[in-house]
Every structure is written in C-alpha cells, then in structure tokens.
Design a binder for this molecule. Structure first.
Ligand code: NAD
Ligand code: TDX
Length: 336
C-alpha cells in the first residue's frame, strides 16, 4: 500500500465500513482513523468487531474545521465517504446535503491543501443525470454533469470543488464515480435492503411508479477493491468510474428478491413515483478497468444478491429497528 495512515471519513456507513473492514483484513500495516458524525446512517457496530490497534474512531463532523485540521495533519491520505446519501431524504429536506456534501468537502479540501495530503473523493454516477430507459447509451468520464436531485446536485458540486482545488491550488487528488452499490451493512432505506427487510417482515415491497427505471448494480466489495486500486495506482487529477455493467430494472430486482425469499413476485405495491426520478444509469468503466487493472469479481448478480439476502437473514438485530424508523418516515411523507 502506497499510504500507511489513512483518514476514512464516513467509515461507519455502508461503503466506508466495508472499506475499513476489507483494508484491515488485507493489509497488515495500514493504520486507519475513522471520522464519522454517526448520523442515522452511521453505525459503530459496523466496525466494532475489528482490531482496535490499527483502527481509531473519532465521532465528529467533517464540517468541523479545527477537528478536521487536527486529524488531517496526522495522515498520508484522506478517503472521503462521508455524505448524506439518500435521494428521498434530499427531497424531504435538502439542507443537510448542502452542509455535509458541499461544506464538508470544502472543509476537507482546505485541510489537505494546508498539509499537502492526498485526497480521494468518493462520488456517484448520479452527477451525470440520467439516460432514456430504452437507450443503450452509457456515461463516460467526460460526460456532462446534469444532476437531477438535491442529493446529486450536491455531489456534483463537491466533485467540482475537488477539481477546482486540484487546478487552482495544486492539491493531489482523485475522484471516483460509482454506480449503485449493494451488499452487507447497507442501511435499510435503499432499494435492495429495504425490499429484503420489508419482505422478511411479511410486508409488501414498495416500487416507486412503474418500476421500469434502470440501475447499474455493483457489489460493494468490488467498489472497495476499485478504491484500493486508486490508492495503489491512481494518478492525481484523474477520474475513475466503477461499474460491473449490470443494468436491471427496479421491478426485476424486487422480483428477484421475492423469488429468492420464496414469495410470489407479483405481490408488490406500486406507490407514488419519486419526484424527478432518474430513469436509467449506466456507466462505461472500461477505461478505469484498463488504467487501474481493476475488474469486478461479483459478475453474477443473482449470486451476489443471494449472499446479501443471507447476510440480512443472519443480521436481523442489525436492521429491525432501522426498518421501522424508515417505514414510519416514508409513511409520514405520504410515500407509502
Ligand atoms: P451512508 O449513508 O451509508 O454512510 C454515510 C456515512 O457518513 C455515515 O456513517 C454517516 O454517519 C457519515 N456522515 C454523514 N454526514 C457526516 C458528516 N457531516 N461528518 C462525518 N460523517 C458524516 O452512505 P454510503 O452509501 O456508504 O455512501 C458513501 C459514499 O459513497 C457517499 O459519498 C455516496 O455519495 C457515495 N456513493 C454511494 C453509492 C451507493 O450506492 N450507496 C453509490 C455511489 C457513490
Ligand atoms: O423502496 C424503494 N422503491 C423503489 O422503487 C426505494 C428505496 C427505491 N426505489 C427505486 C428508486 C431508484 O430508481 O429504486 C432505485 C434505487 O433507489 P435507491 O436505493 O434509493 O438508490 P438511488 O436513488 O439510485 O441512489 C443510490 O445510488 C447512487 C444511492 O442511494 C446513492 O447514494 C448513490 O449515489
């Protein structure tokens, strides 16, 4: 590993925790400091069983400049996973997205500029907007930014800040834009874990609108492996795209889950559509694969899904309370 001391912001969330778990297991020297605010989506249980010698946890906010300054000066690289990450929440209350995704990124950038520390920005394919459902078009590294939701607009804004800090201040940084992730430790507000938790609770899964919208699914472990390839071989100023080229309609995903859980796949509720709902995401990751020598290993979605469902079946205590909270929230917002 090119770096020995890493600050992982958002390391108690879904992708951040998977990153911390994978890295500590596969690298015997690395020292990780997690900075996490522990919002509703952050859970220290996600990393609680890991060795504490090489893992330090700081509960705090990436918008807290003195704290960020103090932590950044002790590391070689910052991996920024911290974000408000759920589109539906950004429609109900955009403000926290501006704070964490924009001001938080700005705060980290100022600290890495001061201490000349490498910065990697974890971002999303949603910055490019969407594609028509029936097309075969894909997004590339240089595709135009055209975000649709408050969430994706703040992620797009944060990507722009990173590029501006590279060009104007000469910081060393990379950006990656990933397609939709799935796997263990994902909070039950997102489509796959929400549907698993709902079906396991003998309720009907909720499909927004027609369910014909398409998402491009990537197993979180493949995303984590890609991020480590960026740390090993990435070049400052570059953008990397992560996708396993696995495009499926939401309806197909929900039906696969129901099928695997032994339920009638037609027993679903079509609820009000998400306002401004992005129709289709598809990333062309071929240039990143060649540049980083990274290739997804979870290429069988049904097998990855089966493994994910098994994880939720054996971790019911992990999600049961959160499931109730999420469902009450959707109900209060008139979204179920
Ligand atoms: P998540 O919501 O599961 O986790 C986010 C984590 O950040 C939580 O632990 C939370 O407590 C923490 N956090 C939030 N605000 C903070 C703040 N102000 N200071 C410190 N910590 C804070 O999100 P995720 O799905 O793991 O996503 C991680 C990153 O990957 C995000 O930047 C997201 O935009 C990006 N991304 C996610 C996906 C996906 O499918 N989940 C796909 C592409 C990109
Ligand atoms: O219950 C649901 N029913 C439903 O039909 C939920 C929760 C979602 N959906 C639809 C909306 C989307 O078309 O499923 C699709 C996936 O929804 P989410 O899981 O909310 O993900 P999405 O909005 O696509 O964004 C995700 O991928 C990109 C992550 O939440 C982002 O953080 C990431 O940047």
């Amino acid at each position: 590993m090119r770096y020995q001391k890493i600050l992982v912001t958002g390391g108690a969330g879904f992708i951040g925790a998977n990153f911390v778990r994978y890295l500590l297991k596969h690298d015997q020297k690395v020292e990780i400091t997690v900075l996490d605010k522990l919002t509703y989506a952050g859970n220290l249980d996600n990393i609680a069983d890991l060795s504490t010698e090489r893992l330090h946890v700081v509960v705090g906010d990436i918008c807290d400049a003195p704290l960020v300054d103090q932590l950044v000066q002790t590391v070689d690289v910052v991996m920024n996973f911290a974000a408000e990450s759920h589109n539906d929440n950004s429609l109900a209350d955009p403000r926290p997205f501006l704070d964490t995704n924009i001001i938080g990124t700005y705060t980290l950038l100022e600290a890495v500029r001061k201490y000349r520390v490498f910065y990697h920005h974890v971002s999303t394919d949603e910055v490019f907007g969407d594609l028509p459902i029936d097309s075969t078009a894909t997004f590339q590294e240089e595709s135009r930014y055209q975000p649709s939701s408050p969430y994706s607009a703040t992620k797009a804004g944060s990507d722009h800040l990173v590029r501006a800090w590279i060009r104007s201040f000469g910081i060393q940084a990379t950006i990656s834009n990933s397609s939709n992730n799935y796997g263990p430790y994902q909070y039950v507000e997102k489509l796959i874990p929400r549907t698993i938790a709902t079906v396991m609770s003998d309720e009907k899964p909720q499909v927004f609108g027609s369910g014909k919208q398409v998402r491009d699914w990537l197993h979180v472990t493949d995303h984590v492996r890609g991020l480590l390839a960026v740390l090993e071989r990435g070049k400052s100023g570059q953008t990397y795209l992560f996708s396993a080229n696995c495009q499926l309609s939401n309806l197909a995903v929900v039906q696969k889950i129901m099928d695997q859980l032994g339920q009638d796949p037609s027993n679903i509720s079509h609820v009000a559509d998400r306002p401004g709902h992005d129709q289709r995401y598809a990333l062309d990751a071929s240039r990143t694969m060649a540049a980083l020598d990274w290739h997804p290993v979870f290429t069988d979605f049904d097998a990855g899904l089966e493994e994910t469902i098994a994880w939720y079946q054996t971790h019911q205590n992990w999600w049961q309370k959160a499931h109730s909270i999420v469902e009450v929230k959707y109900l209060q917002e008139g979204r179920r």
